[in-house]
Design a protein around this ligand. Structure first.
Ligand SMILES: [Zn+2]
Ligand SMILES: [Zn+2]
Length: 95
């Protein structure tokens, strides 16, 4: 069972669009839907994939003030540096 709501993809997309597809932490310009990714390796693509992080680490709490757009490396940093109730393996659900 996923703790993410079924309209999570729509919510996440809205947050990313509002962020202008930039990471809120390092300001990296990330991939937009439809961007040309030919020539990028999988790891390069992953690095510039924007994800949405839950401030309070409660995936069911989708209030806008709880959500922040982060690139993959900043996002992973948040989860490894701080206590998290979301196991790293579940991170992919946030994409
Ligand atoms: Zn970043
Ligand atoms: Zn997160």
């Amino acid at each position: 069972m996923s703790r993410y709501s079924k309209d999570w993809r729509t919510i996440a997309l809205t947050i990313k669009e509002q962020a202008g597809w930039r990471c809120a932490k390092c300001d990296r310009q990330c991939l937009r839907p439809g961007d040309d990714i030919t020539g990028l390796t999988k790891s390069e693509r992953t690095k510039i994939t924007l994800t949405v992080h839950h401030h309070n680490r409660m995936p069911e709490d989708n209030r806008p003030e709880n959500l922040i757009a982060l690139c993959t490396s900043c996002h992973l940093g948040y989860h490894t540096r701080q206590q998290s109730n979301v196991p790293p393996g579940q991170l992919s659900f946030e994409f």
